[in-house]
Write a protein that binds this ligand. Structure first.
Ligand SMILES: [Zn+2]
Length: 277
């Protein structure tokens, strides 16, 4: 008597056929996931991200009606100073540079703009505006103009898009190799878990690489600002003031996930670039 192994195995339950609406949603989802849609859309969003961020950040900007006359004067003076620094650093559209003051962060200055932004903008926390001297603000603005001129936000954004695309591609390759296309329900769950695992490892790697690029952009912005000896000293003084106000500890184990180098490392770097006082 011939008995086959197959005859002893339980019959595998195949997936139920998809209904009309589910199939349409599936088609729409795979269309959205197509690289022909994803990459042009990501690029467009990246170029417009500073405007989108501004729409979001508008909620946290200090409304002019609650500001005292002297605070309003400080904001206007900061904007003039930002424009002057931009002019000194040969930025083409200095009259379009904007300063927004936010109450959201305790102590921060940042930008999401690039050189082709309609209105390149720097966000300042109100604490910076009230604690930093004009000379220190000049250093801060020189650093931010460097970010804008050198398109650091675009460089980081494209790196993230590229790396995440690579992760997606690798995850699909791995799962398609080990799991054939027509699967039963149990193996579909297993396949999705493997894909999730590969994506999580890849995303962690992506975060570490993106943070390393961002830290390098910070050093690069400091370096560009430091080409003018006066701005170099101003930036170093601003960082020392930042350190005094925050008492920020140097990151250790989680340093790989930090998007900025430690303040100590940046001051040490500027000590090498600035003229001896
Ligand atoms: Zn920066």
């Amino acid at each position: 008597m011939v008995s086959t192994v197959e005859s002893c195995q339980p019959t595998q339950k195949s997936l139920p056929p998809k209904t009309g609406s589910k199939r349409a949603l599936g088609h729409l989802w795979s269309w959205c996931k197509s690289p022909w849609i994803q990459y042009p859309l990501s690029t467009l969003l990246l170029f417009k991200s500073d405007e989108l961020i501004h729409l979001y950040e508008k909620r946290f900007l200090l409304p002019t009606n609650i500001l005292s006359k002297s605070d309003r004067g400080k904001i206007d003076a900061a904007k003039l100073l930002f424009n002057r620094v931009g002019h000194e650093m040969n930025f083409a559209n200095t009259d379009k540079l904007e300063v927004s003051v936010s109450s959201k962060f305790f102590l921060n200055a940042w930008t999401a703009s690039h050189r082709w932004s309609k209105n390149p903008r720097v966000y300042l926390s109100d604490t910076i505006l009230s604690h930093f001297s004009t000379e220190q603000l000049k250093g801060v603005f020189a650093h931010e103009v460097s970010h804008i001129k050198n398109n650091h936000m675009l460089i980081t954004g494209f790196a993230v898009i590229g790396i995440s695309g690579l992760i997606d591609f690798t995850a699909k390759k791995v799962t398609n190799k080990y799991f054939p296309k027509k699967e039963d329900k149990k193996r579909v769950i297993k396949k999705n878990l493997v894909m999730l695992g590969v994506e999580l490892v890849g995303l962690t790697a992506c975060a570490v690489i993106a943070c390393a690029i961002m830290r390098q952009c910070e050093y690069n912005a400091d370096w560009t600002a430091a080409q003018d000896p006066e701005k170099c000293t101003s930036l170093r003084n601003a960082l020392s003031e930042f350190k005094r106000l925050t008492n920020a500890p140097t990151p250790r184990f989680w340093g790989a996930f930090e998007d900025h180098p430690s303040t100590d490392a940046r001051i040490a770097n500027l000590n090498k670039l600035c003229p001896a006082s």
